[in-house]
Design a protein around this ligand. Structure first.
Ligand code: PAF
Length: 284
């Protein structure tokens, strides 16, 4: 059995038109490929609540602010299609660039405010690229529901805001981060880690868990930040882009876990940028 691969917008539209005409709901799982169990958990969630499921695979050039990062992004389409067979998805939309950004394309979707912090501050233009391509994927697929991982929590918030602001009739569903047994958050970028870096990578999550425990016991963030940062650098994360406590609702900085909060971290390990975020229980 194989999964139908749709390469053009017209092929996608003729499938989705038929499904909607038959009264079926459509779920979309937007990805850039190199599928892992985190993506597959989104596919399973989509299958559980939609009649039809489309997985999109498109390595979006507009969200990479370094040409080398775009060039080295893993591309494993055949493998990806094989992994999707057991989920019986209705199609993989894997367009080439001309289907998303046709000649003369000059529109930019930009979500103000919440994109100025965290990854937005360290990857200029990244979230404009994400918001622009996700707007296209939402309107091209005309899906009723879209599934995103909390691993990219800021991205999830940006996409939810964008869909609300633009009145796109889609429900954006956030799904929990899936982790390796040693706690490392699953990410396509993990494929880029050397064997040695892979053994070091789970330390980021361990350090975050220790900090989250202290925060939930009422320790203020500024009392533990320096220790956490030096543990991260000691564990091989030489450049730390951020290690911050922020509100789940607004992404504003917090010093205490006095409201629903998350710890966010991004750091470079042996040339690979890893990000993670975890829930911090409200301090008693
Ligand atoms: O999370 C990703 O893989 C990408 O940012 C997305 C949402 C598919 C947009 O290109």
């Amino acid at each position: 059995m194989t999964v139908p691969i749709l390469r053009t917008l017209s092929a996608l539209r003729s499938a989705t038109r038929e499904w909607h005409a038959a009264g079926e709901t459509i779920g979309v799982v937007p990805t850039m490929g190199a599928l892992h169990d985190g993506h597959l958990s989104l596919v399973a969630a989509a299958k559980a609540s939609c009649d039809r499921v489309i997985v999109t695979i498109f390595v979006n050039p507009k969200q990479f602010n370094k040409a080398s990062d775009l060039a080295s992004y893993p591309r494993t389409e055949e493998d990806d299609a094989r992994k999707l067979v057991r989920f019986d998805v209705d199609g993989v939309y894997a367009p080439d660039v001309s289907q998303i950004y046709p000649e003369g394309f000059c529109t930019n979707v930009s979500v103000a405010g919440m994109t100025d912090v965290l990854c937005g501050a360290h990857r200029p233009g990244h979230f404009d690229g994400v918001a622009t391509v996700v707007t296209k994927l939402f309107t091209q697929t005309s899906a009723d529901k879209a599934f995103f991982g909390e691993k990219d929590f800021q991205q999830l918030m940006v996409v939810q805001r964008m869909a609300r602001d633009l009145d796109i009739p889609i429900e954006v569903v956030g799904c929990p981060t899936i982790r390796e047994e040693d706690g490392l958050a699953m990410s396509s970028r993990n494929l880029l880690l050397s064997d040695r870096a892979r053994t070091m990578a789970p330390r980021m999550n361990e350090i975050m868990q220790e900090a989250a425990t202290a925060l939930s016991q009422g320790v203020p963030f500024d009392a533990l930040q320096a220790t956490a940062l030096s543990r991260l650098t000691g564990a091989g994360f030489i450049d730390v882009d951020y290690f911050e406590l922020r509100s789940c609702a607004t992404l504003s900085l917090l010093d205490h876990a006095s409201e629903p909060a998350r710890l966010f971290a991004a750091a470079w390990l042996a040339g690979v940028r890893l990000i993670d975020n975890i829930d911090v229980p409200v301090a008693r």
